[in-house]
Design a protein around this ligand. Sequence first.
Ligand SMILES: NC(=O)c1ccc[n+]([C@@H]2O[C@H](COP(=O)([O-])OP(=O)(O)OC[C@H]3O[C@@H](n4cnc5c(N)ncnc54)[C@H](O)[C@@H]3O)[C@@H](O)[C@H]2O)c1
Length: 375
Amino acid sequence: MTGAVSIIGCGFVADLYVRSLQAMDGITVVGVYDRNSERLKQFCAHWGMPAVSSLDELLERHPRDGVVLNLTNPAAHFEINSACLSAGCHTYSEKPLAMNVEEAKTLHAQANAAGLMLASAPCSVLGEAAQTLGHALRSGIAGTPRAIYAELDDGFVPQAAYKKWISESGAPWPFEDEFRVGCTLEHAGYYLGWLISWFGSVRTVVAASAETIPDKEGNGPFAPDLSVATLFFDNGPMTRLTCSIVAPHDHQIRIIGDGGVLSCKAAWDNSAKVTFAKRMTIRRRLMESPFPKRLKLSQPTHPKVKRWGAAAMNFMLGPAEMLDALRESRPSRLSNDFALHMTEVTLAIQNAGETSGAQAMTTRCEPMEPMPWAM
Ligand SMILES: NC(=O)c1ccc[n+]([C@@H]2O[C@H](COP(=O)([O-])OP(=O)(O)OC[C@H]3O[C@@H](n4cnc5c(N)ncnc54)[C@H](O)[C@@H]3O)[C@@H](O)[C@H]2O)c1
């Protein structure tokens, strides 16, 4: 893999991208920009990266066969993504693509009209755990999948020592922004990406969301801190997805099939164990095997990144997929439709509130081609 990337926004998450970059071969950072000049200086000095002094300069310098990484705060995503696309740059945006569906659709139309790639994080869908589960689903080891329970609960974060969460190059965890944007926009994509890659479009979302801890620190208004969604796919099992910064930490996904249960306990670990527990009857008791079998792919997969904080993920798998697609003149697995559909579903859950009822999805997306090493 080879190619060039430029980075806009060098806050907390940017350090995780650099650690991931260091695990990949042949990807060069050609320019870094942040509107906070102090932060830009600190980041570039720490990592030895080339700072540029304006967005225009960054976009001007950026090679058109490279990818711009938009790692700014969500409120800036629409404007920055749009500026990158207007300048003719393939764009990888941190989540969410935009803060509302209209803006996400505008970006999608802009990218398509210009023949550009527009992808949205997260990219853990291209990681080993997600691909191993996808392989298990295709191989039918658990039989027809009938239901999925997926949890993205992070513990009671408002009481966590988040002021001590500082990135490697010195950026504080942006707790106020996280509370304003909300855990659903921040995290639902970690499992939605996997689910949409396996089953394609979500047809209908039935969801509820609420702010259950109203007195969080900082200036609100704050987004819902708990959401529960039921997803109906065009071609997949009924799925329950929970996101919260309230309930005890639980990042498990369980796929319940006719033959047993596939599971993975860690959404944010590319190397997380994927297991299959066969369903059986012992005497009169129906149960899933207490000794689940670990499932592994037969080929080597992708470069791994050591755990830092809550994650052991390679954040560069997405940009690398786009660079590979460009070099090989093929569509990227992280298609423009995939980014838009994931954003629409996420926003439907976030905005559900107490009484929104069923929301029919208006965008569509095909299931994703598995990675070559997961075929
Ligand atoms: N914090 C995490 O653990 C984490 C993990 C995964 C993904 N993300 C995602 O990464 C993105 C950034 O989050 P973060 O935690 O790094 O936030 P942050 O506040 O630490 O950093 C964002 C940086 O972007 C800069 N910025 C904002 N608007 C800009 C603009 N218009 N032009 C140039 N620079 C601009 C800010 O000055 C800041 O340095 C978010 O979309 C978030 O969802 C965060």
